[in-house]
Each structure stands twice: as C-alpha cells, then as structure tokens.
Design a protein around this ligand. Structure first.
Ligand code: PEP
Ligand code: MN
Length: 294
C-alpha cells in the first residue's frame, strides 16, 4: 500500500465519492450513492422464484427502494441449506429490473461467476465471508460495476479498508462499504451493529457507507430501529431483507421484513431524513416513472 491509500480521505481528496447508478435511457432510473440522497436496497435474502421476486420488487419499489437485492448464489453456513437458484435467479433479477426499473445488487462468491454476474448486475456484492478473498476482489473489480463490499463479521475497520484498497488497485473505486454487524460476546442479536464504524469510515475514507440492519440484527423486530440509527449516524444508505412471506423464506426469514413493515420503515425514514439533511429518492409518478426526484 502506498503512503496514502487510494480509498483514504486525504488533503488532496477531500470530496466524498459519488457513485452514479442507472441511466435515463436504460431500464434503471438514475440515482446517486454518496450524495445527499439516502439510498435503499431491499429484497429477499435469496431469489426463490419468479412470483415471489416480482411481488417483492413491486412492493419495495412502492416503498421507495431504488435497488433490488436478491441472492442468486448463496454462501450458506450449512452445506445442506438452500444454495440459491444460480443463473436462473440472475435472469429473474433482470426480468424484475425490466419491469420495475430497480437496479440490481447481487452477491458474487466465486470468481468463476464474476463475468456472468458482472454482465447482469448493476452493483456487485462481496459477502462478509469473502471480504478478504483477494482473487475474487480482483475479478469483481474488473467488471467495472459499483461494488458493495461487506465487512467481514470479524474484520476490523482497517481490514475492511484494506479490502477496499484491493478493489481500488484493481481499477475500481466505485466502492460502497457495508457495515453488517460484527461478532461479539452478545447473543441477543445475530451480530452487533457497529454504529461507530459509520462515522469512523466517513472520516477515514471518501467512499460511501451502507448499513445492513438485517444481518446485524438477525431478527425483523430490530431492523427498523437499526435503520433509523444508521441514518442518524451518517450512513449513505441501507441494504435490507424483505420477503412477501418471511415465515416460509428459504433463507434468513427471521430477519426479513414483510412488505408492510418495509413500508412503515421507509415512511419513518422519510420523516427523519430532512432533519438530518438527507432525502429519499422518490419515483416521479406519471408518464415517466423511470425518473427519481430528490
Ligand atoms: C446476504 O446479504 O444475504 C449475506 C449473505 O450477507 P453477509 O455476507 O453480510 O452475511
Ligand atoms: Mn441473508
């Protein structure tokens, strides 16, 4: 690493990185990550099928999400658990984008999938388990798409920034850092949301910061409070798990919001945003529904 890492906020790099997603001529309505907009990605942990994905996509779009999340290839702790629909899920995500105008964020956990995922996704997720998988980071950086880099559950902030620097040296500075909870002695929640990581990262780096309250909490009851805290602490956005029927979800049902709970959370965040100098992008109703206004 050089004296001044590429991802560091430095005297000659005082401005925050803004990542532009979408295109007025394409299927995805444009929005900016890292500016005054508070950007929300929402969707199921795993893409389980066409109907559930489209129902979720329509619902989260109505609620104010601008990105649709959905795992195609799942890094499950248990090898016998649902591993994702793979390529079929990528096609379904593309179909949901075409219908709803949402950008797609999905995880790449194997460098052999990087080109396929890079060709379809608007943003590529690096999972917590792979934060320090250097060959994978290089293959993902090479796709030239924005990257959502999740903090490893036992990684320090310095290690997260080191992983981001790998993406940068491989030519990709369109990186969003994601705090998703770290492992501590506490067992009441799945992980412990490191709220302090948000201001620390905002000071140390010019990159945008997202929070994943779902994997931090592990329990849908706590997601809304953690989302409020994330916005108040200065995060640039959220990635949240939402499922039309959490009780029957094939992965992470306990932490997934219903569509109604997602709506309620978004309404609350839209009330909180102006007090914090933020706004939630909202879709312009009418003829051109593919445009957001701040
Ligand atoms: C996920 O987003 O579904 C996921 C597996 O997250 P993490 O890598 O943070 O555990
Ligand atoms: Mn999940």
């Amino acid at each position: 690493m050089s004296d001044t890492p590429l991802v560091a906020r430095a005297a000659d790099r005082p401005l925050s990185t803004r990542i532009e997603v979408g295109n007025p001529r394409g299927p995805v309505a444009p929005f900016t990550v890292g500016g005054h907009q508070f950007v929300v990605a929402a969707g199921p942990c795993s893409v389980e099928g066409r109907d559930m994905l489209l129902e979720t996509a329509r619902g989260v779009r109505r609620g104010g999400a601008v990105l649709l999340r959905g795992g195609a290839f799942k890094p499950r702790t248990n090898p016998y658990a649902f591993q994702g629909l793979g390529d079929e899920a990528l096609d379904l995500l593309a179909e949901a984008r075409a219908e709803c105008g949402l950008a797609i964020v999905t995880e790449c956990l194997d460098l052999r999938h990087a080109d396929r995922i890079g060709a379809i996704a608007d943003m590529i997720q690096v999972g917590a388990r792979n934060m320090q998988n250097v060959p994978l980071l290089a293959a993902i950086a090479a796709q030239g798409k924005p990257v959502l880099l999740k903090r490893g559950s036992s990684a320090t902030i310095k290690e997260l920034l080191g992983a981001a620097e790998y993406l940068a040296v491989h030519g990709n500075l369109q990186v969003i850092l994601c705090e998703r909870g770290i492992r501590t002695f506490e067992t009441s929640t799945r992980n412990t949301l490191d709220i302090a990581a948000i201001p620390v990262l905002k000071r140390e780096t010019h990159l945008p910061v997202f929070v994943d309250p779902s994997h931090a909490a592990g329990d849908a009851h706590y997601v809304r409070a953690l989302a409020r805290a994330a916005m108040a602490a200065g995060a640039d956005g959220l990635i949240v798990e939402v499922h039309p029927s959490p009780a029957t979800a094939l992965s992470d049902g306990a932490q997934s919001l219903t569509l109604g709970a997602f709506d309620a959370m978004m309404q609350e965040l839209s009330l909180l945003a102006p007090a914090l100098g933020r706004s939630l992008p909202t879709l312009v109703a009418g003829a051109d529904t593919r445009r957001h206004v701040a």
